[in-house]
Each structure stands twice: as structure tokens, then as C-alpha cells.
Design a protein around this ligand. Structure first.
Ligand SMILES: *Cc1c(COP(=O)(O)O)cnc(C)c1O
Length: 363
């Protein structure tokens, strides 16, 4: 009997990246594999996509070193840049590209003793107020000093991030951010490469299809939009989180289930216990009745999610057996829907799949 397993479909990853390429045919693709490739397995995903992506992006140096250690030779971009001088030397050694968002990072790069120059992208803030300056002068100063430094490959690039490309009600703000990006590039005479689009931008903002785009969530077949699933976008979900029925109980109407007796059988029914809980990454906030896929149909959760298990109401006519396969999310049951039922976004659910969950790669 299988306990909880994240089955990763390699063909889906390849399909998704090719689909993304068809959507932004003029752009090079940086597959974003931060946070353990959104829970799908950092090195395994990089292996699958090594023939498809033009580069990979991560947030932390440790993630980049893991990729290099694994033998990944494609360019790797550090989206948050470096946090001290000694890391700059590693950038050069390991041939990593880095975003540069402030003077501290600039000075670390200027000061470092490097064996060869480093590829840099100046990070500009165009409306998110996360990383980078929004001030034209400050961005220009960082650009000029980088381009003057012998430690830096010339010309430097410009990178920024859209904050509302997935939010239809903020369309005007989204346009304003794109205007600002191109205004910065033009006014400061950036002759290096530009990188703007994320997943939502690739679908909704053709102007964000710059030299490089940075697809994250869509690489995994998941939608960045609240009102659409990956399948609606022509994508195939790469992860199936599955487990088995490990206990079956015949309940009488009125029987109370689980911690806190949070669910009471409304009629005589059959209760299934599934070997998957919040200790595996299934959200405890999933509301009662969140769908689970068992033997070709949706059944509702019943009772509070436990650390290692959850309950499902299989219904009075259940023919289900011990060991039957259960899908918590996957192509049969969109993770977007489970996220909505849990008050979160699908990004968080896939990122939070816990280390104890077996990963199985197919295709
Ligand atoms: C995470 C991230 C991405 C990918 O975002 P998605 O919405 O998953 O496509 C792209 N760029 C930056 C800077 C990021 O931090």
C-alpha cells in the first residue's frame, strides 16, 4: 500500500515549457526553480528541463550551489542577489548571474576579489516595493558603477517584477508598471538584456515578453490566476499528491469524527481514512467538504485534518476498499481548487509538500 507520494510527471514539465515558449516565442526562458522547484524537486526538475529551459532561477545561493553540484551547466540567476562579499567570489567561480538591488550588493561586487567578471542585472522597483530602487537616479548610479567595475560583465541587464499581472482589477496599475520598466530602460540607456515577465505576465502582458521571461508556477502546470486552472491555460499539472485509504469505518447517523468532533455523520455512511495530513503538507485549513478524488469521483473531507491522516465521507453506497488510491490534488483535482478551499494560493500548497513525502518521477 502506498502512503503519501508526490508523483511528478516529467512529460508535463516538458509540455508546459514548450507551451510557454509558444506563448512568448521571442523570449528566452528562465525556468524558476526556487523553493525546491515549487515542491517538485530542485535537481530532478532541472534535469528534466535541461534541454528545454535557457536558464534557471533561484532565490538563494544554496539552491544555486545545489544545482551546480548536481552538474547543471545552464546559466543560473540569483533573484535576490548576494548577501555578503564572500558570496560574490562564489558567483564568479560558479558562473552565476545575479540581480543587484541596492548599494550594499553593489559595493560587495565592487570590492570582491573575483577570478572573472560576474553577470549582473540591476533590479528596479516598478511598483511592488519589494527589491530594487524606484528612483531613476539611484538605479542609474548602480548601473554606472557596475559597468565601471572590472568585476562585472558589460553591459549589465535590467530586471524587474510585476506585482499585479494576475489581478484583473489592477489592470491600469499593471500597465503603469510596464510603462515604468521601459521608461527606466530607455532613459538610463540600458543596452544589456531585459527581463520582466513572470507567469501571469507571460499570459496577460505581451509587453513583458522581454529578452528573458521568468515562468515559475506555470512551468508546473498551475495557474497564477484565481479564476482559471492550469488546464484552462493549456498546461498539464506536473504534481499528483496521492495516497491510499488505510482504514474504512461504517458509521451510524450522528457518529462524531476526528479531533474536536468537528464533523457528525448526517446519515449512515462509510468513512475513509487517508494516509495524508498536515505533516505531509495537506492544509489543515482546508474547509470541511473539500473534495478528494477516490475511485473516479469526488468525495468530501469530513472532520479536522490530522498530522498524518484525513477523513473522507465515502457515502452510504461506497464500494471502496482498503488500499484504494486517493488523489489529494493533481490532474483529476486541480490544486487551485484545494487552495481556494483552504484560503491560500496553489503556490503555497505545492511549496509546502513536506520532506517526508516520497517523490516519484515518471515519464
Ligand atoms: C518567484 C519569481 C518569479 C516566478 O513567479 P511566478 O508567478 O511563479 O511565475 C519570477 N521572478 C521573480 C523575481 C520571482 O521572485
Amino acid at each position: 500500500m502506498k502512503t503519501v507520494t508526490a508523483v511528478i510527471n516529467s512529460k508535463a514539465l516538458v509540455h508546459n515549457l514548450r507551451h510557454i515558449r509558444s506563448l512568448a516565442p521571442k523570449s528566452k526562458l528562465i525556468a524558476v526553480v526556487k523553493a525546491n522547484a515549487y515542491g517538485h524537486g530542485l535537481c530532478q526538475v532541472a534535469d528534466v528541463l535541461s534541454g528545454e529551459a535557457d536558464a534557471f532561477a533561484v532565490s538563494r545561493l544554496g539552491e544555486a550551489l545545489e544545482l551546480r553540484g548536481h552538474g547543471v551547466s545552464k546559466p543560473i540567476v540569483l533573484l535576490e542577489g548576494v548577501f555578503n562579499d564572500s558570496e560574490v567570489r562564489i558567483l564568479a567561480e560558479k558562473d552565476l548571474y545575479t540581480a543587484v538591488h541596492d548599494r550594499m550588493q553593489l559595493e560587495a561586487i565592487e570590492k570582491a576579489q573575483v577570478a572573472k567578471p560576474v553577470h549582473c542585472w540591476v533590479q528596479a522597483d516598478i511598483g511592488m516595493h519589494r527589491l530594487g530602487s524606484s528612483d531613476l537616479e539611484e538605479i542609474g548610479l548602480i548601473k554606472e558603477r557596475l559597468e565601471k567595475s572590472p568585476n562585472v560583465v558589460k553591459p549589465v541587464g535590467l530586471i524587474s517584477h510585476l506585482s499585479v499581472a494576475d489581478t484583473p482589477s489592477e489592470a491600469a496599475y499593471n500597465e503603469q508598471q510596464q510603462d515604468r520598466f521601459f521608461e527606466i530602460a530607455e532613459k538610463l540607456g540600458f543596452s544589456g538584456e531585459l527581463s520582466l515577465g513572470n507567469s501571469a505576465g507571460i499570459y496577460e502582458c505581451p509587453r513583458s515578453h522581454t529578452d528573458w521571461v521568468r515562468p515559475g508556477i506555470i512551468t508546473y502546470g498551475i495557474s497564477p490566476f484565481e479564476d482559471r486552472t492550469g488546464a484552462d491555460l493549456g498546461l498539464v499539472p506536473a504534481m499528483t499528491l496521492e495516497s491510499s485509504l488505510i482504514a474504512i469505518h461504517h458509521l451510524k447517523k450522528g457518529d462524531k469524527v476526528g479531533y474536536g468532533a468537528a464533523w457528525t455523520a448526517p446519515r449512515d455512511t462509510v468513512l475513509g481514512v487517508v494516509a495524508c495530513g498536515y505533516g505531509d503538507g495537506y492544509p489543515r485549513t482546508a474547509k470541511l467538504g473539500t473534495p478528494v478524488w477516490v475511485n473516479g469521483r469526488r468525495v468530501p473531507t469530513a472532520g479536522n485534518v490530522c498530522m498524518d491522516m484525513l477523513f473522507v465521507d465515502l457515502g452510504p453506497d461506497s464500494q471502496d476498499r482498503l488500499g484504494d488510491r486517493v488523489v489529494l490534488w493533481g490532474p483529476e483535482l486541480p490544486v487551485e481548487e484545494i487552495a481556494r478551499a483552504s484560503g491560500t494560493i496553489p503556490y503555497e500548497l505545492v511549496c509546502r509538500v513536506m520532506p517526508r513525502v516520497n517523490a516519484e518521477y515518471q515519464g
